[in-house]
Ligand binder design. Structure first.
Ligand SMILES: Cc1cc2nc3c(=O)[nH]c(=O)nc-3n(C[C@H](O)[C@H](O)[C@H](O)COP(=O)(O)OP(=O)(O)OC[C@H]3O[C@@H](n4cnc5c(N)ncnc54)[C@H](O)[C@@H]3O)c2cc1C
Length: 437
């Protein structure tokens, strides 16, 4: 059965740049756009900025440099510098202090002059002749419209583009999407007793625990628990399979499943890991950690060949280096071995990186829309590299800057003068070693 639903709604905001989602990509995009002097409005569904890295309790930042060069320079580095006393340390992975990071986002986004609303969802998009006319937002007051010159989709799941009718892909060649994880916080860990060897030998323990019924799923790929405080740990444990972020029924099932399983991990750690004898699960994230969902098809699809060739592009907006980190989408031996053999061997050497072309931010068929973050135009393998937070900062800053320039020059995202964009990014601290005026 269907019903006809329609009503007149207020256009509450008219702005230059609208940003949907305030995760790493949306935050960087909004700051970059606002710093050019354009008016920016951002809608965030949660009660804080930072997306998976704050509300989602993801415990660590992946690498910001390639071992020689600082790739996530510019706004990404500034965000991390603001959150950490002593600043971001190049070439390191480091634990996230959620509250410091939330405050860093609050401060930098407010100081840039971005207008924003928390607890506000993008729920619809009106499109005419390839241009978004307005977006529809929903909050406790009801629904309203926001009109902008340029729109940036930083929802992670590509909601804005999908609602606007853009093409997208999901999963691998068999339609398998990377599994999700509900991240967690742990207390009463004796890190002095913790032996890394235990972590590396976790497969043996998973098998044993599965045989003894301590764990109900034989999931041998376990990123583990990272030290985030003197006795605190941030958990990236277990996987929920066959979850499609655009299908809330599967997300609901996964949340229940993951909350049920985490006490099993408590028992597992206490039994097998030294230093974890008294470890306690103290919190789970407010939303499910989605590693991959829609990849919005752009003018170019960044692909695994580009990764292998350390590609350089004329329209490069940055470079990145994190490996292809595809978590197995099933628990069987074949999937696990494929993950270990195929993807584990792809790590770059120090100083190596791949180019990120501007065209992966421009969705096909939409003249005034850009994407940034984990929903940019890539194949399945490349999404597994660029999806990590430093990668999202790089694409976020580029999309925000591009949107501001398009608003200023009144041009489509496809016809933007790429040299102007690159020059502005360099001026703002981004890493573009292949750019020359
Ligand atoms: C379990 C897990 C572990 C990870 N581990 C690491 C790691 O160790 N290191 C690392 O660097 N990265 C890691 N990542 C990857 C990284 O956290 C994400 O890929 C990254 O946060 C994506 O950034 P984003 O801005 O594209 O999207 P998100 O972080 O997902 O942010 C999107 C934001 O948009 C909001 N939003 C969504 N839809 C709407 C809507 N319709 N209307 C309004 N707002 C909306 C959301 O509330 C959210 O705040 C991990 C991810 C997961 C899931």
């Amino acid at each position: 059965m269907k019903v006809q639903y329609g009503k007149e709604i207020e256009v509450r905001v008219e702005t230059d740049v609208f940003v949907a989602g305030g995760g790493p990509a949306g935050a960087a995009a909004a700051i970059a756009a606002a710093r050019t002097g354009r008016r920016v409005f951002l809608a965030e569904a949660a009660g804080a900025f930072g997306g998976a890295g704050t509300v989602g309790l993801v415990p660590v930042f992946q690498r910001i440099g390639d071992g020689v060069n600082e790739l996530c320079a510019g706004i990404g580095k500034e965000i991390i510098d603001r959150a950490y006393e002593g600043g971001a340390k190049d070439h390191e992975y480091f634990a996230i202090n959620k509250e410091a990071l939330k405050r860093a986002y609050d401060g930098l986004i407010s100081e840039a002059g971005v207008e924003f609303r928390f607890m506000t969802n993008l729920i619809d998009v009106a499109v005419k002749a390839g241009e978004v006319e307005y977006v529809v937002l929903s909050d406790k007051s009801g629904v309203y419209a926001v009109k902008a010159k340029v729109y940036i989709d930083c929802t992670g799941d590509g909601d804005l583009c999908a609602f606007a009718g853009a093409e997208f892909e999901k999963g691998d060649e068999n339609g398998q999407i990377m599994p999700s994880t509900l991240c967690s916080y742990w207390a009463d860990i004796d890190w002095d007793k913790f032996d890394m060897q235990y972590k590396h030998e976790q497969n043996i323990y998973v098998d044993d625990a599965y045989k003894k019924g301590i764990l109900s799923v034989r999931d041998r790929h376990m990123p583990g628990i990272t030290k985030v405080g003197a006795t605190l740990g941030g958990g990236n444990l277990g996987h929920a399979y066959d979850v499609d972020a655009s299908d809330s029924a599967t997300v609901t099932r996964a949340l229940l499943e993951q909350r049920r399983m985490l006490p099993e991990f408590e028992n597992y750690f206490r039994t097998y890991w030294s230093g974890f004898e008294k470890a306690r699960l103290i919190s789970t994230a407010e939303f499910l950690g989605i590693r991959a969902s829609r990849r919005i098809t752009g003018e170019y699809i960044l692909n695994i060949d580009d990764y292998m060739s350390r590609a350089v592009f004329d329209d490069e907006i940055g470079r990145y280096c994190y490996s292809v980190d595809i978590h197995p989408s099933k628990t069987d031996d074949e999937s696990y071995q494929r993950f270990r053999n195929k993807f584990k061997g792809l790590w770059y050497k120090a100083g190596e990186s791949y180019g990120i072309p501007y065209r992966i931010l421009t969705p096909k068929g939409l003249k005034n829309v850009l994407t940034a973050g984990r929903c940019v135009s890539t194949d399945n393998a490349m999404q597994a590299s660029i999806r990590v937070m430093p990668g999202c900062y790089i694409t976020g800053q580029a999309a925000g800057t591009a949107a501001a320039l398009c608003a200023e020059y009144d041009c489509s995202v496809q016809s933007l003068d790429i040299k102007k964009l690159q020059a502005r990014l360099v001026k703002d601290g981004a890493y573009l070693p292949n750019f020359s005026e």
